[in-house]
Ligand binder design. Sequence first.
Ligand SMILES: [Zn+2]
Length: 73
Amino acid sequence: MIFTTPRARFSFTTSRRGKRMISLNGYNYYQVRVNGRRSRWACSTHHRNGCRAAIKTVDDVIVFINEDHQGIH
Ligand SMILES: [Zn+2]
């Protein structure tokens, strides 16, 4: 499924381990926390480098995007 929001184009994918991920603007985000219908997703591409980029969703709808992939340089 491909979703288009005013700010970004993203899709839900599944990792090789079977976990849900979000692909957004060329970056992959993995689910780090679930709280009822709300989920928080963190950048998996640079996470080990302290990347702060993150996504929040409610009912699989993106309600917050932080695409700050800087700070890794
Ligand atoms: Zn990142």
